[in-house]
Design a protein around this ligand. Structure first.
Ligand code: 3PG
Ligand code: MG
Length: 377
């Protein structure tokens, strides 16, 4: 890893900005306690122990979106793991005073940085950078999952202050570097085609789940009744068509007839039944691919895992992945939930990522602005 780490600086008595990613689902106005809250804890605790004065910067949603909110609840949730104070301000007098009066080993969380338009207009000359940077000695990025965003709190402070990766970012980057994107097998499933689009350009791609079905449609297959359930995913077909030819798609699929699983060959479509999983021939074919893979990246389940009879596809592929000697990376919340439900040990997976867009961009070979900024100092 090219970036510096917490080992490279002495933090005693120093003021440190730590950018974390606490962005989580909000259900009925309540912020969910996601694993994102645990991710930066190691870094924060280490800095507390080293007697730094710590200021956390974070975001939630975007102005105008349903999940946009202040960070008051986030502060309470993070307080379960590390003692901290919340200041409902970012660059105003309240925030500046609180930062200036921090004692060694104390932790402060400021409010949602996305409340400032300057967050979205990164520049050393914007009011956010000019107010905060002079108050600090170091900048730590511990937010891999937001590192694809070219924002002030992700990029500009890294350009203005001596900077390094936090422990979570360090672990994420070190794991990702164990995979060579060019020889990696990509298993793309799940129900959000938009998340997978960038990855289709990779060489070795096998598809499953709703995504696999949309790829089949993009290749010209007619799935029958299932087309209706895929209606809102069909907008991605034109884009997928551009790079689907080399992509492996299912050769059979499981439908539900009178509540029971039945496997149908691709030639038996269009059918009047809804599809819930990949079929046994597809599983066999994909397991073979997994056995020969040098590195594996998996995102999205193969079928509807909430129903046991349709979790066979996901389970079969997961077992092949955990049995393989290749280093594996798992992304996407549902894939990890499936792992827990099937009682498959997480220890057998090389790395489980909590990142969405950042991970996809990285695996598509794109440069992440915040990582670039950290490495170019
Ligand atoms: C995420 O949750 O994927 C990151 O925090 C980035 O958030 P964004 O997609 O709203 O920029
Ligand atoms: Mg996102």
């Amino acid at each position: 890893m090219k970036a510096k780490t917490l080992d490279d600086f002495s933090f005693k008595g120093k003021r440190v900005i730590v950018r974390v990613d606490l962005n989580s689902e909000i259900i009925d106005g309540k912020v969910s306690l996601s694993e994102r809250f645990l991710a930066p804890v190691k870094t924060i605790k280490e800095l507390v122990k080293k007697k730094a004065k710590i200021v956390l910067l974070a975001h939630q949603g975007r102005p105008g979106k349903d999940d946009y909110s202040n960070l008051e609840q986030h502060a309470k949730l993070l307080n379960k793991y590390v003692k901290l104070k919340f200041v409902p301000d970012v660059i105003g007098e309240k925030a500046v005073n609180a930062i200036k009066s921090l004692k060694d080993g104390e932790v402060l969380l400021l409010d949602n940085v996305r409340g400032l338009k300057e967050e979205f207009e990164p520049s050393k000359d914007n009011i956010m950078a000019k107010t905060l940077a002079p108050l600090f000695d170091y900048y730590v990025n511990d937010a891999f999952s937001n590192s694809h965003r070219n924002h002030t709190s992700m990029v500009t402070f890294a350009q203005m202050l001596p900077s390094c990766a936090g422990r979570d970012l360090e672990e994420e980057l070190t794991s990702l570097e164990k995979i060579k994107i060019d020889d990696c097998l990509f298993i793309l499933g799940g129900s959000k085609p938009e998340d997978n689009l960038l990855l289709l350009k990779n060489k070795n791609v096998i598809t499953c789940g709703i995504f696999g079905q949309v790829c089949l449609i993009s290749k010209g297959y007619n799935l029958g009744a299932q087309n209706e359930f895929l209606k809102d995913k069909l907008q991605y077909v034109p884009k997928i068509k551009e790079s689907v030819e080399h992509v492996e798609t299912p050769v059979d699929l499981a439908v539900k007839i009178d509540g029971k699983r039945k496997d149908l060959k691709l030639e038996e479509f269009p059918s009047k039944y809804e599809i819930f999983d990949i079929g046994p021939e597809t599983m066999k074919k994909y397991v073979e691919k997994i056995k020969n893979a040098k590195g594996i990246f998996w995102k999205g389940t193969a079928g509807y895992c909430e129903d046991e009879q349709f979790s066979v596809g996901t389970k079969t592929l997961l077992k092949a992945v955990t049995g393989s000697k290749a280093f594996s990376i798992l992304g996407g919340g549902h894939t990890t939930t499936a792992l827990d439900r099937m009682k498959i040990s997480k220890k057998k997976i090389g790395h489980i990522s909590l990142s969405g867009g950042a991970l996809v961009n990285y695996m598509a070979g794109e440069k992440l602005p915040a990582i670039e900024a950290l490495q170019n100092v």
